[in-house]
Ligand binder design. Structure first.
Ligand code: CLR
Length: 368
């Protein structure tokens, strides 16, 4: 009950929630960017497809495939959704996927704002010429038994060979099962994937009982440029199986089956080789205390980090300087991104976080 009350009074800021120890996780939210590319084969697949329509479909497939990791992996690994650690400003999470066919895919994730929390990330594979950039924050509200979370920000996929962008909006979600102390995520509303080629997908989500009796369901529609015609309808469970229907032939076939794909874990440097601002190294002691549910140590170690941060902010204020983000910068959105957002009918953000690859590659952090 205390927990539910703390949720009710959290006023939109998820980091201020005091969760009971069994719901705490030793993983920082800055790590969650990795869920975008744990299936490297699907991530690079669109780069090999010459037909625009088929390519847009491959992007939708990759996107649908990422949802299981993004939204159910804590339940699967830990038994329920957990409250992640609240990243500090400048916290970094770096890693790479090395796979035989796809080669190296790199992840750079950075906490670019603490209040409100915002994480920015870049994921790229040069062998295939594909890059995903994005940033996100969350706005929470509480209603009777549910925690509702709206995501702020977006992701942009870029395919070099075709000079093609895909603007991806993020779904709204809610947390169920709070009353039973076993929280889990369900998605709602929709995601738009708008390509600069004109193709556009709209993915609608729902839980048990709306489209079907199953949880984690979705219905996606892929449209031709200018929404001139509906090409495909895909439906099923994003955490399980889905089927695709071709409008022309009215034939149905398997679109994606999550059971048939194994995630490739990200490779992160050993703790002793990490910089002190890298997530796992910075939170090492907290994470260890979370493991054994040592509440006092969790508190002591968290406070150390928080106080250090407070000191840094105080010093910056005194010196009249602002914290320098490591590898991302907030810039005016004027380029192709704005055009794609407009194509999608989405109000583009005035300023967006963009990855500065050159700065990253000249730093020691790029030695992964
Ligand atoms: C972060 C960005 C990722 C997708 C994603 C998945 C799960 C979300 C997480 C985001 C934000 C934080 C989140 C989490 C599920 C539970 C957790 C909303 C959107 C909150 C802070 C936990 C609250 C405490 C509990 C009641 C469990 O790409």
């Amino acid at each position: 009950m205390t927990f539910l009350r703390s949720l009710a009074s959290s006023k939109g800021d998820l980091s201020s929630i005091t969760a009971p120890p069994f719901i705490l996780s030793g993983t920082s939210l800055v790590e969650y960017s990795k869920f975008w590319a744990e299936l490297p084969d699907l991530f690079v697949a669109p780069t090999m497809i010459l037909d625009k329509e088929e390519r847009a479909l491959a992007v939708v497939r990759w996107f649908i495939a990422t949802l299981k990791g993004q939204y159910t992996s804590r339940n699967e690994a830990l038994g329920s959704e957990k409250k992640p650690l609240n990243p500090f400003l400048g916290e970094l999470f770096l890693g790479k996927w090395e796979t035989e066919l796809e080669g190296t895919t790199i992840l750079v994730s950075e906490q670019v704002s603490h209040h409100p929390p915002v994480t920015a990330y870049a994921i790229y594979n040069d062998a295939y010429g594909i890059e995903l950039q994005g940033y996100n924050g969350q706005k929470a509200s509480f209603s009777t038994t549910m925690l509702n979370v709206r995501q702020v920000g977006h992701a942009v996929l870029y395919i070099k060979k075709f000079d093609e962008y895909y603007y991806i909006t993020l779904p709204t979600l809610h947390i169920e099962g709070l009353f039973y102390g076993a929280p889990y995520v369900e998605l709602e509303q929709k995601t738009l994937i708008q390509s600069s080629s004109g193709y556009c997908a709209s993915i609608e989500y729902s839980g048990k009982g709306y489209f079907s009796g199953k949880k984690n369901t979705f219905k996606a529609k892929l449209y031709a440029p200018d929404q001139s015609s509906l090409l495909y309808t895909i439906s099923g469970q994003w955490s399980g199986k889905s089927t695709i229907m071709t409008e022309k032939k009215k034939s149905e076939s398997v679109f994606y089956d999550a059971m048939e794909h194994k995630v490739v874990p990200l490779v992160v440097k050993p703790l002793e080789q990490q910089a002190e601002y890298e997530s796992r190294r910075a939170w090492e002691k907290v994470a260890a205390a979370v493991q054994i549910m040592d509440y006092d140590t969790i508190h002591v170690e968290k406070s150390k980090i928080e106080n250090q941060q407070r000191e840094l902010r105080k010093k910056e204020k005194e010196e009249g300087v602002e914290w320098q983000r490591r590898y991302f910068e907030l810039i005016e959105d004027e380029g192709p991104l704005k055009d794609v957002a407009e194509l999608a009918g989405v109000e583009p953000d005035e300023k967006v976080w963009r990855f500065n690859r050159e700065v990253f590659e000249h730093s020691s952090d790029s030695k992964l």
